[in-house]
Design a protein around this ligand. Structure first.
Ligand SMILES: Cc1cc2nc3c(=O)[nH]c(=O)nc-3n(C[C@H](O)[C@H](O)[C@H](O)COP(=O)(O)O)c2cc1C
Length: 179
C-alpha cells in the first residue's frame, strides 16, 4: 500500500504540517507500506497511491493558485484513491469583526466544497498556520491590525496530531493486517 501526503506551501507552515501528518501516519502504518511526503511539484504519478492527503495555504478564502491548479489537473488521477484534504489559514488569529466576516463566509465548508469539485473527499479540516508581519505588505498589515488581526504561529499541533491519528486509525481498520 502506498500513502502520499502532498502539499504546496508559500511560507513553510503547510510544509511543516504535512511533515507532521507524515510522521503520525508512519507510526501507525508499518512496512512494506510506505508513507511519502512530497511537495506537489515532485509528485510524478498520483494515481499510484492508495491513500492521499493534500494540503494548501488559504489566501483570500481560497486555496492558493498553484494548489488549486494541481488539484484540477490531477483530480481525475486520484479517483481510485481515498483522499483527505487540509487547508492552512489563520481563521482564529483575527479580531471579532474579521471573525464575523470569516464565519459568515463559512470558510471551512466553502473550502471543502471547492476541493470536492475536483476530487471525492473523505474529510477536510482547516488548520491555523503561521502569519508574520513579513508575509504581507505594509498596507495589508495595517488593515489586518485595524480588524484586530494578530501575527504569530497559531498552529495547534495537538489538533493536527489528532486529525492525522484518526485518519491512520481509519486506514488501519479499513485494510487491517495488510498495512
Ligand atoms: C496575502 C495573504 C492572504 C491570506 N488570506 C487568508 C484567508 O483568506 N483566510 C485565512 O484563513 N488565512 C489567510 N492567510 C493566512 C495564511 O494562509 C497562513 O498564514 C498560512 O499559514 C500560510 O501557509 P504557508 O506558511 O504554508 O504559506 C493569508 C495570508 C496571506 C499572506
Amino acid at each position: 500500500m502506498l500513502f502520499l501526503i502532498t502539499y504546496y506551501s508559500v511560507r513553510g507552515s503547510t510544509k511543516e504540517i504535512a511533515e507532521r501528518i507524515g510522521s503520525v501516519l508512519s507510526t501507525k502504518i508499518t512496512s512494506p507500506s510506505t508513507v511519502e511526503v512530497l511537495p506537489m511539484e515532485q509528485v510524478t504519478e498520483p494515481s499510484k497511491y492508495n491513500f492521499v492527503i493534500i494540503g494548501s495555504p488559504v489566501h483570500n478564502f481560497v486555496w492558493v493558485e498553484y494548489a488549486s491548479s494541481w488539484l484540477s489537473t490531477n483530480g481525475a488521477a486520484l479517483s481510485n484513491s481515498a483522499v483527505w484534504a487540509f487547508s492552512v489559514g489563520t481563521p482564529f488569529a483575527v479580531g471579532k469583526i474579521a471573525q464575523r466576516v470569516l464565519e459568515s463566509k463559512e470558510e471551512e465548508q466553502n473550502l471543502a466544497a471547492a476541493i470536492s469539485k475536483n476530487v471525492k473527499l473523505e474529510g477536510h479540516v482547516l488548520f491555523n498556520g503561521r502569519f508574520l508581519k513579513s508575509h504581507a505588505t505594509t498596507k495589508f498589515n495595517f488593515w489586518w491590525r485595524v480588524f484586530g488581526g494578530k501575527f504569530g504561529d497559531f498552529r495547534d499541533w495537538e489538533k493536527i496530531d489528532k486529525w492525522a491519528g484518526e485518519i491512520g486509525d481509519t486506514i488501519v481498520q479499513r485494510i487491517g493486517k495488510t498495512v
